[in-house]
Design a protein around this ligand. Structure first.
Ligand SMILES: [Zn+2]
Length: 397
């Protein structure tokens, strides 16, 4: 017997042959149906026609007719469709309640899928970071902003800058502060955008998946304006994208409360993105940081190259990992030939797991480098975590 029931193996022509039988005689008994149908169609065995008859007709006394047969076939098809639909519907697990550490209602939450992290923030400025598959509360932080008293602190919006592992939080004090999400000991404001004319109400962020230095932070404020602050290397970002209620007449010329033009703010934002990207791996030895690190403070201590220990340096040029590159880079080239001729900066997306074909190899490479780095110094700086988190994620998937 062939796979599947007879009715699912019959073709349109076979059904036309069956239909023509019922034009000659309106109905058939079991024995008649088996004999006539089998001789007309010549597909399947007599036994299978008997089974089809038994499926269509409830009692042996009944006779099969075209209407009964087609109703049975339609019923089968709709059942099949229903089953298929049920199989494709996402199967949600029962909902789980997380008890927030916030004194106020949670107003914001962000899901960082790449890090398996969930963050929540209340308007009073208490930030919770939840992690792992069971979402255990990993840490809580009280956001500080030195320009307002803690009791006057009022958060309006938050957005995660995934590529630089920071969060941007806006306040009613017309400020936008940037915090390092992976810093466990410090949760101080690292950078601040001040002197905004209106208080930001909502934030959104986009970055180019291949060129993370290209990014746009969008702000909607109480003045009814939507503002896009862009960060792009070698290009001037910034400028108002449109001004709600003002007909866009002020585009590019708006002056801030602090006397700063939009262009200047854009440039500053550009610098923020660049600096954040640059320093995401750099060793931070200082404590509370309100100004940029001097370059010398974060030079790589693992090689004599006198370069800042950026992700780029760590992954593509630091001599300490040359032997690891010798093992893994040819493997990546084997998977994706174009990798061989890429300049260092363009190798980053491959090594950071953004190119799916070589994610596993890249993860192995980064793991090896990380181990090498960890063994070369007793205390591993916190800022290595962006890469480590990436490895965890890769291994989980
Ligand atoms: Zn180095």
């Amino acid at each position: 017997m062939e796979a599947g029931p007879l009715e699912s193996r019959l073709s349109m022509e076979d059904y036309e042959k069956l239909q023509s039988l019922f034009l000659v005689s309106v109905s058939f008994s079991r024995a008649e149906f088996i004999e006539q149908a089998w001789s007309a169609v010549r597909r399947g065995s007599r036994e299978e026609y008997g089974l089809l008859f038994d499926s269509v007709v409830v009692t042996q006394e009944q006779r099969i007719d075209w209407e009964r047969l087609t109703s049975f076939l339609l019923l089968g098809l709709s059942e099949k469709e229903e089953n298929e639909r049920a199989a494709t519907v996402p199967r949600w697990q029962p909902p789980r309640t997380l008890t927030p550490p916030h004194p106020f209602n949670v107003i914001l939450h962000w899901w960082l899928c790449i890090h398996y992290l969930l963050t929540s923030l209340c308007k009073g400025g208490t930030l919770g970071v939840w992690a792992g598959e069971d979402f255990a509360l990993l840490q809580t932080h009280r956001l500080h902003n030195d320009s307002v008293r803690p009791k006057d602190l009022w958060v309006t919006a938050m957005v995660v800058l995934h590529n630089v592992h920071k969060i941007a939080v806006s306040f009613t004090s017309k400020e936008l502060c940037f915090y390092d999400l992976l810093s466990k000991q410090q949760f101080s404001c690292q950078y601040k955008l001040q002197g905004l004319r209106y208080a930001p109400l909502s934030l959104d962020y986009w970055f180019h998946p291949t060129y993370p230095a290209q990014a746009v932070l969008t702000m909607g404020d109480t003045g009814g304006q939507v503002r896009g602050e862009g960060g792009r290397q070698g290009d001037k970002g910034g400028g108002e994208m449109g001004t709600g209620g003002k007909g866009g007449g002020e585009t590019g010329t708006g002056e801030r409360g602090g006397g700063e033009t939009v262009g200047q703010v854009g440039e500053r934002w550009e610098q923020v993105i660049e600096e954040l990207s640059e320093h995401s791996l750099a060793i931070e030895k200082g404590c509370h940081r309100q100004t940029w690190h001097s370059r010398e403070d974060s030079l790589c201590e693992h090689c004599p190259q006198n370069e800042v220990e950026t992700e780029l340096h760590f992954l593509t040029s630091c001599q300490m990992y040359d032997h690891i590159r010798d093992t893994y880079f040819p493997q990546i080239t084997q998977i994706l030939k174009e990798f061989e001729n890429k300049p260092n900066f363009n190798e980053l997306p491959y090594l950071l797991g953004e190119i799916p074909q070589c994610t596993i190899t890249a993860a192995r490479f980064v793991t090896c480098c990380h181990k090498k780095r960890a063994t070369s110094e007793e205390q591993t700086p916190l800022q290595i975590q962006p890469i480590f988190m990436f490895i965890c994620f890769t291994i989980c998937t």
